[in-house]
Design a protein around this ligand. Structure first.
Ligand SMILES: Nc1ncnc2c1ncn2[C@@H]1O[C@H](COP(=O)(O)OP(=O)(O)OP(=O)(O)O)[C@@H](O)[C@H]1O
Ligand SMILES: [Mg+2]
Length: 212
């Protein structure tokens, strides 16, 4: 179980606080979808949980033990809103092997099939993939790290409906094995989450002091 306790955050370069006393519990099998308008602090929250930034006040706990920033980086896999901006490999295969130099061909195949990319050409540049495929590749890269917590920033933004549904199905599957937290400005898409959405936990960032 991931728990956020009274998280307060004000970026060093910001005049005002972005997060004011966020409380939240997230469990494996119960994906959490957090909605909020632009500028309300969704990405900031992901940065805090994943250990990119540090809150001024509050605790982040994993199975009731407080985590420091480094531990959070280990535990969390993050897929950012525009993952294509962070690709470093010249090819899909290289992208998967970053940080996993000894990745066997079998594990590579497994990683890709998990995200439904079994048959893509591994020698092509990640940038040549479609938007949905790029997001899947970014997800595959994160899954190779075997994170216990998976954080997704606007996973449906800019995708057309068919690709979007594929991504949603994949996330529903993953939520059974991971603590999954999604931030989005289009929460209505998740209300009809097709598979296993009965455990979905849904809240607005502005009301998260009551999301427990
Ligand atoms: N490093 C920073 N320095 C200064 N201000 C920041 C920083 N990070 C975030 N902010 C401010 O905090 C607020 C929340 O930003 P954040 O990116 O978390 O919002 P968001 O909900 O993800 O927005 P969007 O839906 O547009 O992605 C914004 O007003 C932003 O300008
Ligand atoms: Mg954002």
């Amino acid at each position: 179980m991931l728990e956020l306790k009274d998280i307060h955050y004000q970026p060093a370069t910001s005049h005002k606080a972005v997060l004011n006393g966020i409380n939240l519990k997230a469990f494996q099998g119960n994906p959490v979808v957090i909605a909020g308008a632009s500028g309300t602090g969704k990405t900031s929250l992901i940065e805090i949980v994943s250990g990119v930034s540090k809150p001024q006040k509050g605790q982040i706990l994993w199975h009731n033990k407080s985590l420091n920033q480094r531990q959070r980086r280990w535990l969390c896999g993050v897929v950012f809103q525009f993952p294509e901006r962070y690709f470093l490999g010249l090819t899909v295969a290289q992208e998967l092997r970053l940080g996993h130099r000894r990745l066997s061909n079998k594990d590579q195949e497994l990683a890709l099939s998990k995200v439904g990319l079994k048959n893509i050409d591994l020698r092509q540049a990640p940038e040549r993939l479609s938007g949905g495929q790029q997001r899947r590749l970014a997800l595959a890269v994160q899954l190779l790290r075997k994170p216990s917590i998976l954080l997704l920033d606007e996973p449906t933004a800019g995708l057309d409906w068919s690709v979007r549904n594929e991504v949603l199905d994949l996330l529903a599957q993953l939520s059974k094995q991971k603590v999954l937290m999604i931030v989005t400005h289009e929460p209505e898409l998740f209300k009809n989450w097709q598979t296993s959405n009965h455990n979905l936990k849904y809240g607005k960032l502005s009301e998260m002091t009551s999301l427990n």
